[in-house]
Design a protein around this ligand. Sequence first.
Ligand code: IPE
Ligand code: IPE
Ligand code: MG
Length: 244
Amino acid sequence: MKPVSSLRETAPPPPTHVGIIMDGNGRWAQGRGRPRIEGHRRGMETVREVVKGSIEQGIEYLTLYGFSIENWKRPAAEISSLMGLLRLYLRQEIKELDQQGVRMRFIGQRSLLANDIVSLIEEAEEQTKNNTALNLVVALSYGARQEITAAAQSVARQVAAGELDVSTIDESVISEYLETAGMPDPDLVIRTSGEQRISNFLLWQVAYAELVFTDTLWPDFSREDLREAINEFHRRERRYGATG
Ligand code: IPE
Ligand code: IPE
Ligand code: MG
């Protein structure tokens, strides 16, 4: 039997960037005859676990889809309890995340969030900006089509102002105008709860991501499930359009 150290040496490198569409909180609660918010509360605990698991696995970027721009269509009561949980998370977890060496960033339309939440987000980004153990990107009030539309507007403004030549606009220029500018594209996207769709998550950036769907509901998702998804990722052959 091989000693553990040499097994480790031969292990393939982890995906650099993992994105997670955290779905199934409501069904988790409803299956237990509990209010949906109970599922969101448990989902927050899963976030804690998955952040630790990501650091263990050596993942550099973890992007969590926490609230989509379309989620504003939900009943006011659910939105308000979700925002309450978000406040709680931002107040309670930042210190610990900071101690773990997590750098936090947020993407999505901040103008739709309450002012105090925007302040908490800005504080979290500022407080953790020098951390390097893990980049945790939280997508809140986020929609990829809206992000791409805003990028197109910015590019058009630059062109109209004579600051950008149309012939120089290529993929890297577009990427720079997205909220994820400077970050690598996701290598792996995991969606929980059995749904097999992207729901407006990082549409540009996931062009060549490997997609892993699991029936596990987000509150039940564990570090072990994260490991399994990464194992599945390692079994895939990424060809980027070329031959194998
Ligand atoms: C994911 O769980 C969390 C958010 C979208 C905010 P859901 O609330 O979508 O749970 P289901 O899909 O209804 O079970
Ligand atoms: C996607 O989940 C958004 C988040 C996980 C934050 P939804 O539950 O909103 O997605 P749909 O409506 O099933 O596509
Ligand atoms: Mg859902």
